[in-house]
Ligand binder design. Sequence first.
Ligand SMILES: NC(=O)c1ccc[n+]([C@@H]2O[C@H](COP(=O)([O-])OP(=O)(O)OC[C@H]3O[C@@H](n4cnc5c(N)ncnc54)[C@H](OP(=O)(O)O)[C@@H]3O)[C@@H](O)[C@H]2O)c1
Length: 245
Amino acid sequence: MSDKIVVVTGATRGIGRATATAFARAGYRVIVTGRRAPAVEAVVGELRSAGLAAEGEILDVCSVDSARCLHDSLAERHDHIDVLVNNAGILPEATATGTVNFAHPGAFTETLMTNTFGPVNVIEALLPLVRRAPAGRIVNISTEMGSLTEQRNPESAYYSMVVPGYQASKAALNSITVGLAKSLADTAVRVTSVCPGFVATELAPAAADAPTTPEQAAQVVLAAAESPEVSTDGSFVGAQGAIAW
Ligand SMILES: NC(=O)c1ccc[n+]([C@@H]2O[C@H](COP(=O)([O-])OP(=O)(O)OC[C@H]3O[C@@H](n4cnc5c(N)ncnc54)[C@H](OP(=O)(O)O)[C@@H]3O)[C@@H](O)[C@H]2O)c1
């Protein structure tokens, strides 16, 4: 059995699925998690058919009970988790309908629940297992769109983009990266936010023609998880290196 264990949330498609595959190919035992059993089983089956180490678990990141169940199930079989990849995320503002003055309340709430509370919920449940790893890592999948520096830089491609819920959810996630990293500074656990690039997935209609493949994005996530250069107050990185917060 592989010694190194990674848990990937939202691993049933897109960047999460590719990330699970990349870690498995790199020698990790991958815990594939998702909301729907058939989708989880499909990814686990695909990995095992390729001779890779994978286990499936049901996880809705928005549910406290679901996260606790995941912890209890994993703790029965494993004494630690090396890497937690908080990947599950949504962008409902891309398809929300109706006129709004600024932000669509339903989409805003749903986005914050999944993209911000979700990672916090999973971290809260799994942190005891991550702390038991020799050099634990928590990787939060963020985006350069959540960078406050980019949002306020007129030269930035993101200056003209206003997607209130999504950007707020990822800016908050970046804040969580910093706060969590500091709270774990005297442990062996390090925390990083990663922007995988603009990736061709089902996240939003505009992503269908994105220039980066999920497999390329997964290499960015894997490299960030294995990079020794993570400070005790967190890091925010992409394919080209450090990103301004
Ligand atoms: N695509 C991009 O250009 C891009 C750029 C920067 C950052 N990101 C980030 O990358 C991450 C992955 O996005 P993606 O592009 O791969 O999107 P995607 O193809 O839509 O995949 C999203 C994944 O998250 C899962 N998910 C959604 N809500 C969940 C919940 N409550 N509990 C558990 N799983 C849930 C989905 O599973 P279900 O099948 O159950 O819905 C799916 O597996 C997101 O955090 C996104 O913000 C994407």
